[in-house]
Design a protein around this ligand. Structure first.
Ligand code: ZN
Length: 463
């Protein structure tokens, strides 16, 4: 039940990120959700821009951290999941289908695919493949969830993980896990999304196995689990010591192949699962990696895997972020970035001048690949237009051109200050000032990857 308050689906609808499941396809006389099925999101044009740019940023970021980018398709023979143990320990979360009498599955996790790529590389290029070896994929997966537990974008049946796997020796795991936290987690949340990780009410959950379920939900031997879980406690203690971030144990929250550290934040009543860093001592053995690696490197190597996702599921992250920010997306990811509003006076000559100014500003930003749109509005309608924009599409920057601005070749700006989390106004300033504000909004991501992400698409239908 909603009491007039918007939830993340409403925010996503306002920004045209998704096709709202409750919305009616009137010509088909059915809600979109009924045509798609429960827990299956459909991204629209605003969502297309959001996803494209976010994945571009994440891809560049991971490349800069030594990851290699790969891609795997969703349907694959269940032979692969027999070896990985998914069919034994994870089957109730999987969709199984039959093709020409053979069993296939829809990919629930990207890891087995990444392991195959790693095996192939090792065989072909042998010692040229160096450890730790990092693989990244914005990978789409499908997992069964009972319909009763589905909830907006928070819990869906198909989603995209910012998924990375690292093949690594034991002696380097602690350093690598700390690096993932200090570099990847802190930077991605702070620089892309303006979410402070250090000094927030973030807690780490040590997600451990419930030993009474060993062999049923968890692979491997109890002694091994105990050693690895102790090791993970050590990593969490180190993060607590260095950054004052507390941790607690969540027994029964582990993945079938190993324990994990999950970042859990709280805002308002809600718990928000952020990143996950997982220690896997099972899959490398199941895929016989130790033998292969020891043979290639001509020494005994105990190979382990780290699975990590920084945003987790992009869909779940987006849902929570929309509620956290009340529908305010970062500049780079906003469907409409700049709205230019001409304030009409009723006097023909002046209005023509205003219109020309507005078009000129729009063209200027368009040429710089900023998603800009313009509108001309009577003075009396301005307040309600601003209110409408600020409660729905939330362009980070609104530029006004009225009589005074047009005469003096200036603009007035209303923009969102992402650091202070408030609106700001600047009157009668130059167009260069607006460009400076944009550069400031793009600064965090530029620090992350060395690039700015501009992709023009006509979003004028939103205005
Ligand atoms: Zn994985």
């Amino acid at each position: 039940v909603r009491f007039g308050q918007k939830d993340h689906i409403d925010f996503a609808d306002d920004l045209d990120l998704i096709v709202k499941p409750e919305g009616l396809a009137s010509n088909l006389e059915r809600p979109f959700g009924a045509l798609l099925g429960s827990g299956i999101p459909l991204f629209s044009i605003g969502g297309g821009i959001f996803r494209k740019i976010l994945i571009d940023i994440l891809t560049d970021f991971h490349l800069s951290r030594g990851y290699k980018i790969v891609e795997s398709f969703p349907i694959v023979s269940s032979e692969l999941y027999k070896i990985s143990g998914h069919l034994e320990f994870y089957k109730e979360n999987m969709y199984i289908l039959e093709i020409e009498g053979k069993e296939f599955a829809i990919k629930p996790m990207n890891c087995p695919h990444h392991i195959l790529i790693f095996i192939n590389l090792l065989q072909k290029y042998r010692q040229k493949i160096k450890l730790p070896f990092r693989i990244f994929e914005p990978g789409r997966v499908a997992r069964f969830e009972p319909s009763g537990s589905l909830h907006g974008l928070f819990r869906v049946r198909q989603f995209t993980q910012d998924d990375g796997h690292i093949f690594i020796e034991l002696k380097e795991i602690k350093k690598e896990m700390l690096r993932i936290f200090e570099d990847e987690v802190v930077n991605i949340y702070e620089k892309i999304f303006h979410i402070p990780i250090i000094d927030s009410d973030l807690k780490l959950r040590l997600s451990f196995a419930d030993f009474s379920e060993l062999g049923k939900y968890y692979a491997g031997k109890r002694e091994d689990w105990e050693i690895i879980q102790d090791f993970m406690s050590g990593v969490a203690q180190e993060i607590e010591r260095k950054y004052g971030i507390e941790y607690y144990e969540g027994v029964g929250e582990a993945v079938f192949y190993g324990p994990k550290i999950d970042g859990i934040a709280r805002f308002g009543e809600k718990e928000w699962q952020l990143f996950t860093i997982q220690f896997d001592f099972n899959l490398p053995i199941r895929f016989k990696l130790p033998n292969l690696i020891s043979e290639i490197f001509e020494k005994e190597i105990q190979i382990y895997m780290i699975h990590r996702a920084i945003l987790g599921s992009i869909e779940r992250f987006l849902g929570t972020y929309l509620e956290y920010s009340k529908g305010r997306l970062p500049f780079a990811l906003s469907p409409l970035q700049v709205a230019v509003v001409g304030i009409k006076t009723g006097a023909k000559d002046i209005d023509r001048k205003i219109e020309m100014e507005v078009k000129g500003i729009e063209e200027n930003f368009k040429s710089k690949k900023i998603r800009v749109a313009s509108i001309l509005q009577d003075k009396t309608g301005i307040a309600s237009l601003i209110r409408k924009m600020q409660t729905t599409i939330k362009p980070p920057i609104i530029i006004f051109v009225g009589e005074k601005e047009a005469k003096e070749g200036k603009i007035s700006i209303k923009y969102y200050d992402y650091n202070k989390k408030e609106e700001r106004d600047e009157r009668m300033v130059s167009l260069e000032r607006a460009e400076k504000i944009i550069e400031n909004m793009e600064k965090g991501i530029k620090e992350l990857t060395g690039k700015v992400y501009r992709l023009y698409q006509d979003m004028s239908y939103l205005l």
